[in-house]
Design a protein around this ligand. Sequence first.
Ligand code: URA
Length: 491
Amino acid sequence: MQVIAIDDSYAAWREAALGALASGIAPEQIDWRVDGCDARSATPALFDDHASLPLAASAAAKVRISRDLAELLKDAALYRDTARWAFLYRVLWRWHGGDRSVASPADTDGARLYKMAKAVRRAKHDMIAYVRFRLREPGNDAPAPDLPEYIAWYEPEHDVLAWSAEHFARRMGRSTWLISTPDSAAWWNGTALRLERRTALPHDRGYPDADEAEALWLAYYRRTFNPARLNETALEQHMPVRFWKGLPEGRLIPSMISEAKSGAQRVAQARVVGVLGGKSVPVDAQSAQPVRQQPTTLDACRRCELWRHATQAVDGIGPLDARIMLIGEQPGDQEDLAGRPFVGPAGQLLDIAIERAGLRRDSLYRTNAVKHFKWMLRGKRRLHKTAAQQEIDACGYWLERELAHVKPSVVVTLGATALSALLREKVSLREWIDTPLDVDGMQVIATYHPSFALRQDNDDARERVLDAITSALARARVLADTGEERQHVAS
Ligand code: URA
């Protein structure tokens, strides 16, 4: 019997398994042991997408596996079971020996593999759905200067922390956070992810049990809970009871259910909604601006709070001597991830209008009024949220620099936000649409945002909006070519 000791990771198992295969060691001859688990790197890839197990060392075997099997092995390797490494090696051994049935659910090992992978996929889904971050209380900073802003405690059923940490790292912008689990922790410092076996519970480090973010979340949850629509079974199905303890709102659910059952249904929406206090004080957006710093790079911009939850700032793109500049509203989900404007569905529609208008996309400078993606979470999707005038004003700093740099002769604003940004006040699109105006020597044409076309519920309406955008762009082309047609002069 050969003892193979690995740390509890994909990468270690993979390397050892390839070596063992190359030496022809049969599964029953190996005693797989897991040694002390040190810091690990984030989710190392077990196999390349396609198929070939790269050689880890000169003594490693080369094994070609199907993409499906690669995915199954990757997921099953996260299944919490100390016997999993031996089992996975048996699968690989059989496959290597030409026994393809091992990857079939009809095979005993195959069925076990599928079951493990399925359980892990479920655990991944659960973790990204049920982790709740809490804002750390600023008063408890003593132990270390680099404590994260947000912390979460979660007990995953399988070893899916590394996988979900990568998901959150992509999704939470530069907010810093820590997810702690019973045996490991993931830290994100805004730029890099660190995974380690857990040494301290959040509570050991003096983290608060309840905090402002949690209080807000609870208030929000209470307010949006509609007892009139309570369906206890559906609630339990969507959010299994075993997760309630990890969720701040979990503590509220039993009492809210019982309140609902004892008559709250009659009052429908929770009462707090109706009694939200407060008095609104009209303030001019400009004068409400704090004195803001003048960052030298967009990436370092902290003029408003939107940077916190965006993946990155999205700068304008296009020739710096473009005669026409297009201004959109703000990056969407895909732009935020790609770091380039207009690459998502609205951008694709805009490309159609550009082409129909006889323009070349590459000849246009394309940018947004707001450079960070503002979003709210709906299920697992990040939905666009309209920027507040204060945020538009704060980002005007960058738009002005772009305008000064590119000096376009014609600007096409797409949607009300872009127009308001250019005119530096909140305006209605309806008032200005298709009326060429002059702003600081530039000819400006206001038209719809392409996402407005996407929101139309039938093809005809969508085409009408697209036609209007196309006409505005065609007009911009004529203006840029001739410099004519200036009808309205704005101050
Ligand atoms: N919508 C915009 O306004 N800008 C983009 O970059 C993408 C979608």
